[in-house]
Write a protein that binds this ligand. Sequence first.
Ligand SMILES: *Cc1c(COP(=O)(O)O)cnc(C)c1O
Length: 391
Amino acid sequence: MTKTGLRRDRFDLAAGLAYLNGNSLGPLPAAAPARMDQVMRAEWGKSLIRGWNEHDWMGWPDQLGDRIGRLIGAAPGTVSVGDTLSLKLFQAVSSAHALSGRKVILGDNGNFPSDLYMAAAVPGAELRVVAPEEVAAHLTEEVGVLMLTEVDYRTARRHDMAALTAQAQALGIVTVWDLAHSAGAIPVDLARSNADFAVGCTYKYLNAGPGAPAFFYAAPRHHEAMQNPLPGWLGHAAPFAFEQSYRPAPGVARMRVGTPPVLALAALESALDLWDGLEMRDVYQVACGLLDQLVDGIEARCPDLQMVSPRHADQRGSHVSFAHPEGYAIMQALIARGVIGDFRAPDVIRFGIAPLYNGTRDVAHTLETLTEVMTQRLWDHPDYRKKARVT
Ligand SMILES: *Cc1c(COP(=O)(O)O)cnc(C)c1O
């Protein structure tokens, strides 16, 4: 077990803070500002337009994609970075829908709402939404696409990716997995699970900063046939030929839409450096120990909080959630005391554990503070009930 986290000294994170919100926005890698400054001043500032070639900016989405690939069991050349997760999800679902030749997209109500909105907007598709535990029973030959978020953003409940993928594929269904709460949080093996498509973001457990670009994975067997529903010029086989009509680039590069966000990619590069020398499996092992400590402590000391996450580590991601009617105020009271988690409507508070910067010290700090807040009703204050724009 680690007291302060495996790489805490490589983050710019105040010493007294228990930051348990890597499931929403990871903290700042200490090397990122200097790297971004270098890219801005030395590369953009000096090279100007020549930077695309001199610094190979155009190659970064694939290079960084390969580095993310190591963390999610994806072979080199199968992951590309860019755009936001909502867009990448739309591309993946739309592409899977076309490949399946069937109308129905099956999702569950544990999907992040944006994913459901996007799937419902796929032309010609009919979105069907069921409860997470009913997904397997609704896999039939009528279904074309199975779209699931592996780890539920609210409860942390985890789907069995390999089993559901196998069951779906036996019925001719194409799978799309959202790894927003998996990448950098739990071991994922896309190749072994035989997933068809996967997408995820880099600003949660991968620490690349607010609004950092998303990633897109396609199994090699789909690289030839998959179509990009948003065929921008940078997914073209020859963008600088400026042809009148679209010809897809080979492989996942065809899922590019527009110009790569070079400055944001510089921050992502610094964030991925922090994973060098670490195996996801080992990081997750540490997370499990910390999560158990946290859950045991909360259940023993704060009986009013009702755990809504699965009890067994192999059925959940790297956060735990508790329900309470005053959840919002409770979290505000915690934040005011240096314990940062978050709140999800209607009544859930979440604590994310990211062993790169979380350790037993954070768990102890959280337990002490939470116990105080609950036993002394410190949350019962009008200031803590004022809802901010972002919760
Ligand atoms: C965080 C999250 C998103 C957010 O999408 P953006 O386009 O990056 O805003 C989408 N889906 C899931 C499952 C998420 O957890």
